[in-house]
Design a protein around this ligand. Structure first.
Ligand code: ADP
Ligand code: ZN
Length: 338
């Protein structure tokens, strides 16, 4: 087991990677309330037998204020007061809702996470962002609030559907691309092992991802500067996800290729690095060429970012492992060949 720490505005979050899910009991009070979803509860529910449990319906469309209201009601029914503790066990969606419920219920009670998807273990559960969607706007209502701990057990990934794994792979590649060229080499050498969920390889990649993301969050919790690089591949990624309905990981893979192409076009990165990125994503069975309607994607992108008016903060690469942010004119994005 390896421990990482996030220290921000007085709060400390311990991230335990490679710890068994059963050991959550040593981290929470006996009266802790578990928040999980139906699937996770069906597969792992016996691990938290004896704890009061709130079960949500899986799916992004249930990440809403209505679900939050339902959770508040159940917390009141259970008699939870300001000494309460919430443990979110599940994927990114469960962590987002549980974190938001905990950080707003009675002005905020303590909470922890056991992320059970690869995406949540390497990305979504880390960093203190939480929230719910509102009228089609992702994470429109939410807070920055760090959990007391995050316990990651790679064993639970064995029951994850393949689609969910590939969501995590895309974010792992993102971490390598923005911050660690050696990690990128490692992924190239171990792509096959990753697909097979080789425990040593997956453990190493989860740890390295957690280390990279927690380091960035420690330096810039509120996304005033450096944290923006974690959005690599996500400007186009979110727009593609919205218009085509493909999974987050696949959309981020496509967004990463587009950001790579723009980096080459602007002479920041060489063509060779771009080809390595494309080849690696292909090896990980992620898509590299967007097949749908480009104008719809551009529309979604500009609608989403209209606050920036005629320019967008865009994450580019100087090469594999070196990201930076630059304002790009909307016109240039329109001309982009993707
Ligand atoms: P994320 O945002 O991390 O992709 P979600 O919270 O949407 O994740 O979870 C994705 C799906 O996987 C949900 O249907 C959830 O119930 C299911 N799930 C989460 N963890 C596991 C697991 N360890 N094994 C099987 N299914 C899981
Ligand atoms: Zn993402």
């Amino acid at each position: 087991m390896t421990t990482f720490k996030i220290n921000t505005s007085g709060a400390e979050c311990k991230i335990l990677v490679g710890e068994s899910i059963e050991n959550f009991t040593s981290l929470v009070p006996e009266h802790a309330i578990v928040i999980t979803d139906e699937n996770v509860n069906r597969i792992y529910g016996k691990v938290w037998k004896g704890f009061k449990t709130i079960i949500t319906t899986p799916g992004e469309k249930h990440k809403t204020l209505a679900t939050l209201e339902d959770i508040y009601r159940q917390l009141l029914d259970f008699g939870v007061d300001r000494s309460g503790f919430i443990l979110g066990i599940g994927g990114g969606i469960v962590c987002d809702i549980a974190g938001f419920a905990a950080s707003t219920y009675m002005r905020g009670i303590r909470f922890g996470f056991v992320p059970t998807t690869l995406l949540a273990q390497v990305d979504a559960s880390i960093g203190g962002k939480n929230g719910v969607n509102f009228h089609g706007f992702k994470n429109m209502a939410g807070t920055f609030s760090q959990p007391n701990f995050i316990l990651s057990d790679p064993e639970v990934l064995k029951t994850l559907p393949a689609e969910e794994l590939s969501n995590g792979f895309a974010e792992i590649v993102k971490h390598a691309l923005i911050a660690d060229a050696e990690m990128f080499d490692f992924i190239e050498e171990n792509a096959e092992n990753m697909l097979q969920l080789n425990p040593e390889v997956i453990n190493h990649l989860i740890k390295r991802s957690v280390e990279i993301k927690s380091g960035i969050v420690n330096r810039d919790e509120k996304e005033k500067g450096e944290r923006r690089i974690l959005n690599f591949g996500h400007t186009f990624g979110h727009a593609i996800e919205k218009v085509s309905g493909i999974s987050h990981g696949k959309a981020v893979a496509l967004g990463s290729v587009i950001a790579g192409k723009l980096s080459v076009q602007r002479n920041y990165m060489n063509e060779k690095d771009l080809n390595r990125i494309i080849k690696l994503l292909e090896c990980l069975e992620l898509p590299i060429k967007f097949q749908g309607n480009k104008n719809e994607v551009l529309d979604a992108l500009f609608k989403d970012k209209k606050r920036e008016q005629d320019a967008i903060f865009f994450v580019l690469l100087q090469g594999i492992g070196r990201a930076f942010v630059e304002k790009i004119m909307v016109e240039e994005l329109k001309q982009l060949n993707f």
